[in-house]
Design a binder for this molecule. Sequence first.
Ligand code: TRP
Length: 337
Amino acid sequence: MKKTILTGIRPTGNLHLGHYFGACQNWLKLQEDYDFYLEIADVQALTDNFDHPEKVRKNVKEITIDILSAGIDPNKVHLFLQSKIPEIAELTVFYSNLVTIARLYRNPTVKTEIAQKKALFGNEGESVTYGFVGYPVSQAADITAFRGEWIPVGEDQLPLIEQCREIVRKFNHIYGKTLLEPEPLLSETPRIKGLDGSEKMGKSLGNAIYLSDDEKTIHDKIMNAITDPNKIKKDDPANPDICMVYYYHKLIKNENIHTVCEECKNGTRGCVQCKKELIEKMNEFLEPIREKRSYYLEHSEEVKEILEKGSKEAREKAKEVVKEVKEKMQIDYENFD
Ligand code: TRP
């Protein structure tokens, strides 16, 4: 039996190279060998964006197209939309009895996110909703609804997997063995750095290269990327290890990487030349993705059908799980005795 892999992504923006190298590349390998459920977590995205539903709605289509263009094969993966699976909402309600509010507040991921909200909006009490503090419960429902065994995630998500494991143990203890305890599958690639040299590429940081960027955008972004600040003149020797241009040459596997490195170190390569070469290579790298993107943009009916098919498959599985959960919780009422 193939192991079941489940992961989710919030539709809050387009995919960038951080997502691609940090997550998608791993998914591309996993889709070959596992029963893979990939969730577009639109309901979870609303916990943070309930007052901007149009933003989530727009990004469902965008992110689905990005995922398909990056090479996810809808015939191998159950690519589905969270809101199409009401069983997830049902499980969330059942699990909510198994988690204390104090425990949710102690969850490190929730804690960090509350601190960020506090910094943005001031008074924590007013900005933190029930839905937000409870999203780890809903995420536990995402995972268990499909009997997810391995959960590919970044490190920031580990406390959510741990919280899910606790819910599973508690459920099984009270109602009898029903659910599986999932395990995280950490991506081999660490965080991808931003164009500005910061440790993380992120939408809010404005330092990202998107899979959907066109040639002009790539040109402008790379021309502004951070290089060794000690290199003033074109033929000054420099340190490639602190240069973002070199970093991206490596990331997209420029086959001339040794030449780039040596010439940079010995001062025979100017930054402008080096950036131009990167722009060319980056466009080569993005071109096949762009081609698929424009295909799907023109065939959005097909995109809709892909999500519908994936959601239908996912729902079959979730229905089975909920049936068993309700039996164990004695709320199945097949008969009254
Ligand atoms: N919380 C995850 C994130 O923000 C997305 C997500 C939703 C997820 N449901 C999931 C991840 C289930 C793993 C499993 O990145």
